[in-house]
Design a binder for this molecule. Structure first.
Ligand code: PSV
Ligand code: MN
Length: 389
């Protein structure tokens, strides 16, 4: 076994878990076109089966996030048993207040108390689901905001948001958490009600200890130093979860580590630095859509990218780095960072995977498994699931 990855590093990697989203397995697209693909799941049970393949080939993805109402089923205990039979568990429950006509001008922030009531009740229903699935986290992302200056009273909306969140938070049980995700644009383009980490932090901090911030890597303006935000939220003890993905332009939801592997490395360096790795307080999740590439291999690639960059972040020689920083050795410090980033850990990881009974090359193992051919043949009839289906 290569000595590049020390037993300590391998021990940390062994504990790593990345939650996969149910919606990554359904069809998705842009507002221009959603392409259908053979083998696409027709219901939540089939999405879970696909997610279980990702875990089977990587050992990295033991939980699956659900989106309500997309993943509503008659019997959540049957879904839970189905997941467990396949070696995975049901994870974070995502609420959805962005696909209902009533929410055109807001949900938890709406001026109309009846619409706020409906949106709060939806979240309470999500918590009922969590009770059945055994999920810990309720993740809230709000599509609320305005398109034109003067359209909305931003201050009033912020106050109503706090009130609504308080009612939702109060319904959680002692082992459940609320994570509030921020995003600075889309679908609203002038202002959004939770645009940035500061707003999310301000909203959750007054709820209680089990309210945290969710950082979606695609939800920042181009050029934002995301690793700084990671550092700050860890420092404040409020980084609840990541929605990992990558982007070239906006909220592209591409494969994590694909657009900018160096950024993923820098984020993971701060995660390790701040004690966020394998820390139950900080959930690693993917939030991605595979519009043109194959979905299960897209998810396998994604969790492997997270593992690979975590390994490189763990390789960072922190003592040398601290020494260079103390000495004011700018280029020396930067060289220590770059040495870790440029270390190719793929052969060592392949060897290590094999030693644990996992495929050395999970992408190739999946391709050779025949699963895709089987689902392509079996999943005919019924409606294919899609983003929003
Ligand atoms: C919003 O863009 C978001 O990132 C939220 O996490 C949603 O729940 C998810 O996308 C839906 O795909
Ligand atoms: Mn997200």
């Amino acid at each position: 076994m290569s000595t590049q990855l020390t037993p300590e590093i391998l021990g940390a990697l062994e504990q790593q878990a990345v939650e996969v989203p149910s919606w990554a397995y359904g069809n998705s697209g842009t507002r221009f076109k959603v392409f259908g693909t053979p083998g696409t799941p027709r219901d939540t049970f089939e999405k879970i089966a696909d997610a279980a393949e990702v875990n089977r080939h990587t050992g990295l993805a033991p939980t699956v996030a659900l989106h309500i109402p997309w993943d509503l089923v008659d019997d959540f205990s049957a879904l839970r048993a189905h997941a467990e039979d396949l070696g995975v568990r049901l994870g974070t429950i995502n609420s959805n207040t962005f696909q209902d006509d009533d929410y055109k001008f807001g949900a938890l922030t709406h001026e109309d108390a009846a619409i706020r009531r409906k949106a709060i009740d939806h979240h309470l229903q999500c918590i009922d689901v969590m009770d059945e699935t055994g999920s810990r986290d309720l993740k809230i992302w709000l599509a609320e905001g305005s398109n034109y200056p003067g359209q909305a009273d931003m201050r009033g909306r912020q106050d109503r948001l706090q009130e609504s969140l308080q009612e939702i938070y109060a319904r959680l049980s002692a082992d459940q958490r609320l994570v509030l995700e921020y995003k600075f644009f889309e679908p609203a383009f002038y202002h959004t009600d939770v645009p940035d980490w500061g707003t999310s932090y301000a909203q959750v901090v007054s709820l209680g200890d089990r309210a945290m911030v969710c950082l979606d890597t695609g939800h920042h303006a181009p050029g934002t130093n995301i690793e700084f935000i990671v550092m700050q939220l860890l420092r404040l003890g409020r980084l609840g979860s990541f929605d990992f993905n990558s982007r070239f332009y906006a909220d592209d939801d591409l494969i994590v580590g694909a657009a900018d592997p160096f950024q993923l490395f820098r984020i993971l360096v701060e995660v390790v630095r701040g004690g966020g790795l394998n820390n139950p307080d900080v959930a690693f999740m993917l939030d991605q859509c595979h519009n043109v590439e194959e979905k299960i291999p897209g998810q396998i690639r994604s969790v492997l990218n997270v593992q690979e960059m975590t390994a490189r972040a763990l390789l960072l020689d922190r003592e040398a780095l601290a020494g260079a920083q103390r000495a004011g050795d700018v280029l020396g410090a930067n060289a220590v960072m770059m040495d870790a980033f440029y270390t190719d850990v793929r052969p060592a990881l392949a060897e290590w995977r094999e030693s644990r009974g996992l495929p050395a090359d999970p992408m190739a193992a999946y391709a050779a498994s025949g699963y895709q051919q089987r689902i392509n043949a079996d999943r005919v009839g019924g409606d294919q699931a899609g983003w929003g289906a």
